[in-house]
Write a protein that binds this ligand. Sequence first.
Ligand SMILES: Cc1cc2nc3c(=O)[nH]c(=O)nc-3n(C[C@H](O)[C@H](O)[C@H](O)COP(=O)(O)O)c2cc1C
Length: 448
Amino acid sequence: MLQPQKIISRNYELPESWTLATFEKAGGYQAIRKALQMEPAKIIDEMKAANIRGRGGAGFPMGVKWSFMRPHPTKPAYLVVNADEGEPGTHKDRTIMERDPHSLIEGCMIGAYAIGAHVAYIYVRDELHLAKKRLWDAIHDARAKGYLGNRPFGAKDYPLEVHVHTGGGAYICGEETSLLNSLEGKRGEPRFKPPFPAQVGAFGCPTTVNNVESIAAAGPVLLMGGAEFSKLSRLHALNDGGSRLYGVNGHVEKPGTWEFNCGPTMNELIEHAGGVSKGRKIKCVIPGGSSTPVLLPGELFHAPDDKSPLHEWHGKSVFDVPMGVDTMRTAGSMLGTCCLTVIAEGTCMVRVAQNLARFYKHESCGQCTPCREGTAWILRIFDKIENGQGELRELDQVADIASGIVGNTICAFGEGAAGPALTFVKKFRAEFVAHIEAKGCPSKGSIL
Ligand SMILES: Cc1cc2nc3c(=O)[nH]c(=O)nc-3n(C[C@H](O)[C@H](O)[C@H](O)COP(=O)(O)O)c2cc1C
């Protein structure tokens, strides 16, 4: 049985956990006090030792990212927190903002101080009304107490400010360079990289962009020590330190978000969420938000009586894949946001593919032709198949279109749209063929 961890989520169950009084009573704002007594480089060393792989999806180590920041002779530096959380099936960052906003603000202060910034922006998706309110209130209260402002905590002469900026709810604005454009009041379209944000970021200045959960971990890491935090991970070889938030949704009895030490297996997570709903069998799992390719049960775990390993990993036989950046890649997908969607037997996979294709077509910013045209074309094909007008040759066309998108766009949105479409057709081809032959959905498009 998995035991939930209580580091990032340490205050979630406290009464009025979002208030300054509760946060301070539980030891809040001690980490930033400690940070302000430290050399910024030493804080970055602690984050490196913690080995926090970025929690926004790409898995880049946070301490290493912070170390890319160099003082500019004339320009200020910025910390930008990515609180867009638009990835379908992902619902972890909002728990931090709604239930413990001060931990994010404290993380912003630590991060800003460590990278030489005086200002942090939290870019929040507009629909997250409660998260916005809680953040605004928390910033107001921290300012009123003199924690934020010219002399944080009345001692250190290092001004620190945190601002909330609301986005309009476009998925592409979660991509870090689109987010920066949007923050500047421009159209939310990705920028070419290089230059990377550490060189040319917000308002043309050196900038670090990090996910909410990555930044909220900074306080606990500093109090615990980076090495101690890292050791919490269940498997050293996972190369993913500490603990993190995991979400389970879809066809499970008790969907939710919990914190665990890094590396629970998919089986354990599903079991923790009460198992597959109504006692059904698992048909497939989308491991980390809809941009991560779907996996079949046989790619994740074995039937109890099957003794042959799935594959070798770091010299060991793997029977039940632990969730990690590298392990999920070995299994043929990605860890993504660590929020998995369980799909039970009886679900029409053409309908699932069509539903997601509609999302990607709608959310493509349109800047790159392969993505703009390709996502619309894939949706047209899935619509035709679901409506009984599909042709067999169109299944191979999906592969052609997808390979035309991958590697030919400015940002990773294209891959996030193309990879899953391709794997749906590849892994559930028989279902697509059955739709084409039956001229429509044989199961009347049932999603349970
Ligand atoms: C289409 C797209 C959407 C994204 N949406 C988010 C998001 O909502 N939140 C997030 O933190 N990262 C998102 N990312 C990843 C960011 O570009 C970036 O890698 C991340 O914010 C960096 O933070 P981290 O290093 O702490 O993970 C998205 C990326 C892409 C390509």
